[in-house]
Ligand binder design. Structure first.
Ligand code: GRF
Length: 230
């Protein structure tokens, strides 16, 4: 008798702040809409509100200032993550740049949610920059992490309009509303074993995705131009 293959459903989450994306994952697991388990929540900010969202046994945090170097902190973080044997590691509001050795250690199972329509606006202050440039549209992207900041293969995006009179906070709130369903939709593909990173390309069911999937108004992901959800 052959063993039943296990689903890649063990998720580690990296956080630095309030953790609304983490909460969306927890809620989806609770309501049975994301068949996954959180194996650990990791933070570079021991006071992060996000940590309070999970039981203490799942929390790991440390202050980078207590380590000799960026590499030493990321090595300790990486060891703690590896001990939980995650299939996927999700940066959900993790505000510290990861060093190359960390990214290479986990490459292929390291995802990030970023509040812009990458490749536009990598880095910080994305909402204010989009408004200053007069963009009509803004949004969020989930991408594989590579050593270059916010430059990995984009899996999926969600778009929102920029409205007249928007300030950065108003636009950030509109983007955050689509971030949660976007992240959940990508994680559903990930834990179903449908998603992979091949070089600088995302694959879905083994086929290269040449343009990111798009979140529709029903919270489903579609390939641009396709009739049905993926
Ligand atoms: C989100 O906008 C995410 O895209 C960005 O940081 C924010 C985190 O929000 N990377 P939260 O901590 O998940 O509420």
């Amino acid at each position: 008798m052959s063993a039943t293959p296990t689903r890649p459903d063990r998720i580690a989450v990296l956080v630095s702040g309030r953790g609304s994306n983490l909460q969306a994952i927890l809620d989806a697991i609770d309501t049975g809409t994301l068949p996954a388990r959180i194996v650990g929540v990791f933070s570079d900010k021991p006071s992060a509100a996000a940590l309070e969202r999970v039981e203490p046994a799942l929390r790991w945090s440390a202050s980078p200032k207590d380590y000799a170097s960026r590499e030493a902190f990321d090595a300790a973080l990486g060891d703690a993550i590896e001990a939980t044997q995650p299939d996927w590691i999700v940066c959900a509001g993790y505000l510290r740049i990861l060093c190359d050795a960390f990214v290479e250690r986990f490459q292929g199972r390291l995802l990030n949610i970023h509040p812009s329509l990458l490749p536009k606006y990598p880095g910080l202050r994305t909402h204010a920059r989009a408004i200053a440039d007069g963009e009509a549209e803004h949004g969020a992207s989930v991408h594989f992490v590579i050593p270059e900041l916010d430059a990995g293969a984009v899996v999926a995006q969600a778009r929102v309009p920029v409205r007249p009179g928007d300030d950065a906070d108003a636009l950030a709130a509109r983007v955050l509303e689509v971030e949660h369903p976007l992240l959940l939709a990508v994680l559903r593909l990930a834990v179903a074993g449908r998603l992979a990173e091949r070089g600088t390309t995302t694959t879905l069911d083994g086929h290269a995705l040449f343009t990111p999937l798009l979140l529709d108004s029903a919270g489903a992901l579609r390939a641009p131009g396709a009739n049905g959800p993926v």
